[in-house]
Design a protein around this ligand. Structure first.
Ligand SMILES: [Zn+2]
Ligand SMILES: [Zn+2]
Ligand SMILES: [Zn+2]
Length: 137
């Protein structure tokens, strides 16, 4: 499915900007920070529009937030069914110290953690840091 078709499936109005941003994610294969998206678009873009586009994509269930070790936020494509706007991810994220890229390990599930009585879990993130497959070659 290409970017234009994906926007349609997710009931998002097609704009050239949205298609460009989505293509960056489809081609990247790893999580992108706001700055990565801006750099990928080149000099001819509007910062606020990029910000809104990312928010729209998160709300639509197209991309999800990936917490970074430096406190920043990155975004990655959703592979699970998040089309209802609720994100149900329980996969591990991996941050490579060599190339700096964060990847969704979609097949690696976050282990179950039991919490003491009185604590309600809403969200759980697991970021593993190390050296990625590409840098290990
Ligand atoms: Zn999601
Ligand atoms: Zn790496
Ligand atoms: Zn992820």
């Amino acid at each position: 499915m290409n970017a234009a078709q994906t926007l349609k499936v997710f009931n998002l109005r097609h704009t050239a900007g949205r298609e460009q941003v989505l293509n960056l994610f489809l081609n990247a294969g790893h999580a992108l920070a706001h700055n990565d998206v801006e750099n990928g678009l080149g000099p001819d873009h509007d910062r606020v529009t990029v910000y809104r586009t990312l928010r729209t994509f998160v709300d639509a269930g197209l991309i999800h937030k990936v917490l970074d070790d430096e406190g920043g936020t990155k975004y990655a494509l959703c592979r699970d069914a998040c089309a209802d706007g609720h994100h149900h991810h329980d996969h591990v994220h991996f941050k490579c110290e060599a190339c700096g890229q964060t990847t969704c390990l979609n097949e690696v599930r976050i282990p179950t953690v039991s919490l003491p009585t009185g604590y309600d879990r809403k969200e759980m993130n697991l970021l593993i840091q190390g050296v990625c497959q590409d840098c290990n070659k």
